[in-house]
Design a protein around this ligand. Structure first.
Ligand code: UGA
Length: 429
């Protein structure tokens, strides 16, 4: 099939590359010309394991190309996939200006029948508005569908090629059939539903996963007080297949470009229909508080943090990504700087992005884990990068001025502590 994918962010780029891998002819569109040039040269603007190889292979096979010419791309395609960003506005609502502009342009440019798909995460009811904008400008018939995306950063390629399910929200049988055909090589679990339910499935899924994380974080906080071990608890709970074992890892709370944005947006969506989504508001509040436990634990060891040197390992919101959007590290480091601590930070790949987004001076960015830890009064592990796990605690102890470790991701085990003098705090253990 011939596809145009509008927007070469995370979702657009990974989807475009993966659809090409399935044998489709894909053209990805972005209005940033410099980005298109880099992509055509095989440069991948995001860090995503496996993506570069797949992209290069499909460009070479002639199945994948990049352009900033939206009109040409949509006119040569049967299916148009919109995957532009919907970032949060200051009030938590999704900013729809990009998607509305693209809808207008598509409407103006199409000259024959198309199936138009929205993959961007948008509030319930938005897809109908997008369809209405296209209709306003289009002189030819088209069908419309919402096909939400469930990929995770860091495992985006395998999530896209082996999805748990595909949700197709459409009122058109023809579009349903075309999209079922497009997605059938990926999975047999394809659900056809109405547009609003498809939109809601995306928000409800992310909100539920965020709820699981905040739930286990609160259980962890109680475990610390009653002397239980949250990993044992999560393991025991997860064996009940009604609960499931995933997303029960306690830590310093969720970050990233999705959960924080989508939980806020769903609270707003509910608010617009006068529904107070109390549970989700608590999930967000628990998540905000959870990261500050790192500070409380540091203070319980070191007392006043003024003048103390704190090493930070990990700035990305999770491992295997250079994405720092809504990473817990921002608030933790801000709080440390507010308290007068000296912060030395290291992340294998996200330090540059962090530095660009963190509007405060005072952090010493280090070239290695060792450099950050050297002579520090305590080490805080905020992202569970594999390379940190490979460093023995004996080694870390030699680097630190005092052997104090706050493990925000429960990365180290009790066995690894044997033979060291660490004052060690993890989460719920
Ligand atoms: C999330 C969802 O998992 C995807 O299904 C969805 O498509 C995506 O949002 C989106 O809406 O685009 P992502 O944000 O890439 O994906 O990352 P996750 O792996 O879900 O992790 C999110 C955050 O939760 C991270 O900060 C991670 O450290 C934290 N987390 C995750 C925990 O603290 N505990 C867990 O058990 C799992």
């Amino acid at each position: 099939m011939k596809l145009a994918v509008i927007g070469t962010g995370y979702v657009g780029l990974v989807s475009g590359v993966c659809f090409a891998e399935l044998g489709n002819e894909v053209i990805c569109v972005d209005n940033v010309k410099a980005k298109i040039e880099r992509l055509n040269n095989g440069e991948v603007p995001i860090y995503e394991p496996g993506l570069k190889e797949l992209m290069t292979r499909n460009i070479e096979a002639g199945r994948l190309a990049f352009t900033s010419d939206l009109a040409a791309a949509v006119n040569r395609s049967e299916i148009i996939i919109i995957a532009v960003g919907t970032p949060s506005l200051p009030n938590g609502e999704a900013n729809l200006s990009f998607i509305e502009k693209v809808a207008e342009e598509i409407g103006q440019e199409i000259h024959d029948y198309k199936v138009i798909v929205v993959k961007s995460t948008v509030p319930v009811g938005t897809n109908e508005k997008v369809a209405a904008i296209i209709e306003q400008h289009a002189s030819v018939p088209f069908d419309f569908a919402s096909v939400p995306e469930f990929l995770r950063e860091g495992t985006a390629v395998s999530d896209t090629l082996k999805p748990d399910r595909i949700i197709i929200g459409t009122e058109s049988e023809k579009a349903a059939q075309t999209l079922q055909e497009l997605h059938s090589p990926l999975t047999e679990r394809i659900i056809i539903t109405d547009v609003r339910s498809a939109e809601m499935i995306k928000y409800a899924s992310n909100a539920f996963l965020a709820t699981k994380i905040s739930f286990i974080n609160e259980i962890a906080n109680i475990c610390e007080k009653v002397g239980a071990n949250v990993e044992e608890v999560a393991g025991g709970m997860g064996l009940d297949h009604r609960i499931g074992s995933s997303f029960l890892r306690a830590g310093i709370g969720y970050g990233g470009s999705c959960f924080p944005k989508d939980t806020q947006a769903l609270i707003q969506i509910a608010g617009h229909v006068n529904y107070d989504f109390k549970l989700l508001k608590s999930v967000v509040e628990v998540n905000r508080d959870q990261r500050f436990n790192v500070i409380h634990k540091l203070e319980s060891i070191l007392g006043e943090l003024e003048g103390k040197t704190i090493a930070i390992w990990g700035l990305a919101f999770k491992p295997e990504t250079d994405d720092v959007r809504d990473a817990p590290a921002f608030e933790i480091i801000s709080a440390l700087l507010d308290k007068g601590a000296v912060v030395k930070a290291y992340d294998p790949i996200a330090a540059h992005n962090f530095n660009q987004s963190f509007c405060r001076s005072g952090i010493v960015y280090c070239e290695s884990a060792e450099e950050a830890a050297l002579h520090a009064d305590a080490l805080c592990l905020l992202t569970e990068w594999k390379q940190f796990k490979q460093i023995s605690l004996q080694e870390i102890q030699k680097w630190l001025r005092s052997p104090n470790l706050i493990d925000g991701r429960n990365m180290y085990s009790e066995e690894q502590l044997v033979g060291t003098d660490f004052v060690y705090y993890s989460v719920g253990r």
